[in-house]
Design a binder for this molecule. Structure first.
Ligand code: BES
Ligand code: MN
Ligand code: MN
Length: 462
């Protein structure tokens, strides 16, 4: 393809300003107070897709937030790339930990990003990465180099489980028909170490409620004589891991795929510094399942983590009280072959079974999704690999990620096509955290790399 870097350089400032405009809208899907903003973001994405050269763009209403669908079909005989991304973002809290307001994007230089990074909620996850695809499309259409058909499907509920997208995909198989799905919503190993994500973990997310006495009690008058729901809940949670940090739920590991020695050795070749890892998190030791390395623990092994826990008195000062109820939100990251609904059921049965007399326990499933692995011998993977080689001068390393994009497994099931995860984020980008940012280097590099994927994918499909 001709002149990609020239084009990107010429339009550098506009590409950035357009992203800044998108980042200013607080499209927080989890919080209904931002409904208007989420909907407005969909409108902006629609306009940008039209400007980038899509022939037909529509806002597809759902029971939740709309899906923006756009396409340019140049020749039915040519392959079709379906781009997926999301325009919704995580809530920005805790707000006091942000160094600048989350929806007032600013460019700051950092040690890792001397050329600057854009700080805002959604900068990396996923507005910045999604928008690279819109600009790559602009480049291909404006320079008459679009080699194949393109479909865009940008949703507004990824951060809350994509349940309406799942319905949309099942209903629109013909409309969404494609030869490969392309997503930038993951990361790469390092700025100078390109990688392609070959796996995502599944997820089961539950909320638990422990109820003891029918009202809050004076902890002196009743303390020691009735079950304290908070004491009980924390004890139950603690029992979910054994002394080796294995999860104790019966049947939990039954379907977990055990990687061969060779596969694990291959994984261990990816550059990684435990010292730098610990330093970046200000911890003096890592922690996790016995018998596995850090990179294995966060990619090929399943986990169980408390995401939130509450109950009783947490205000200023002290209040002597035994709360009637205690709650926790718990997520389990799953690996391929573990079925999320089955795991949710195993959790529920087990958690209810370990409740002592004197309390009642409720387990409320939230959402979930299956994990995903993709082979590295597909045309899609090869095309992505060649694209990275051209822009980074290095063959990218395949790497399984610990994160989840549950809809990817459903894409394969319903649309029968493979997903290629060309993520350009870094672990240090602080997605879902305060001070989320996205390196300008990564943003522009992504825009330059994506068109080459289209080129090689079309060539290799012949
Ligand atoms: N983009 C992330 C997932 C991700 C990030 C995968 C980095 C790999 C590397 C996505 O937006 C996300 O946050 N997913 C959620 C799951 C969803 C059901 C809320 C997650 O992984 O917690
Ligand atoms: Mn995302
Ligand atoms: Mn996310």
């Amino acid at each position: 393809m001709k002149n990609i870097s020239t084009y990107v350089n010429q339009h550098r400032d506009r590409f950035l300003n357009e992203l800044i405009d998108l980042l200013k809208i607080p499209s927080i899907s989890a919080d209904s107070a931002y409904k208007k903003d989420v909907e407005q973001t969909a409108e902006v994405v629609k306009t940008r897709l039209e400007e980038a050269g899509c022939d037909h763009v529509e806002i597809c209403e759902t029971d939740g937030y709309p899906i923006v669908y756009g396409e340019k079909i140049i020749d039915k005989k040519l392959p079709t790339v379906l781009v997926y991304g999301h325009y919704d973002v995580q809530p920005p809290d805790p707000l006091n930990l942000w160094n600048s307001p989350p929806f007032e994007p600013i460019i700051k230089k950092t040690e890792l990003h001397p050329e600057g990074a854009i700080f805002a909620r959604g900068a990396c996850d996923d507005k910045g990465q999604m928008y690279m695809h819109v600009k790559a499309m602009e480049f291909m259409t404006k320079t008459n180099q679009l080699p194949c058909n393109v479909k865009f499907m940008i949703e507004g509920e990824e951060e809350v489980g994509s349940s309406n997208l799942a319905i949309f995909v099942k209903k629109n198989q013909e409309k969404l028909k494609n030869d490969v799905i392309l997503i930038s919503d993951t990361g790469m190993i390092a700025k100078d170490v390109p990688s392609i994500t070959t796996g995502l973990r599944g997820l089961s997310y539950v909320e638990v409620e422990v109820t003891g006495p029918n009202r809050d009690l004076h902890s002196g008058l009743y303390g020691g004589a009735v079950a304290n729901p908070i004491n009980v809940l924390t004890k139950m949670i603690a029992s979910l891991h054994d002394e080796n940090n294995h999860i104790t739920i019966p049947g939990f590991y039954d379907k977990v795929e055990n990687l061969s020695k060779e596969e694990r050795a291959e994984m261990a070749k990816a550059p990684f510094s435990l010292e730098a890892y610990k330093k970046s998190l200000d911890i003096d030791a890592v922690y996790g399942e016995a018998g596995y390395t850090t990179n294995e623990r966060n990619s090929i092994r399943p986990t169980l983590d408390v995401n939130g826990i509450w109950g009783g008195y947490t205000g200023e000062g002290a209040k002597t009280v035994i709360a009637s109820k205690a709650f926790a939100k718990i997520s389990m990251r799953l690996v391929p072959h573990q079925d999320w609904e089955e795991i949710t059921q195993l959790f529920k049965t087990h958690f209810e079974s370990i409740a002592p007399k004197g309390v009642t326990v409720k387990v409320k499933p939230h959402h979930g999704g299956q994990g995903y692995v993709t082979p590295i011998d597909s045309i899609g993977y090869q095309a992505a690999s060649k694209a990275y080689f051209d822009t980074f001068g290095k063959t990218p390393i395949p790497q399984r990620s610990g994160g989840s994009i549950p809809i990817v497994a459903l894409f394969e099931q319903e649309l029968k096509s493979k997903t290629i995860l060309m993520g350009f984020g870094l672990d240090s980008d602080a997605i879902h955290s305060p001070n989320e940012h996205y390196g300008l280097f990564n943003y522009y590099k992504g825009i330059e790399t994506i068109p080459l994927f289209y080129k090689y994918f079309t060539e290799l499909s012949k």
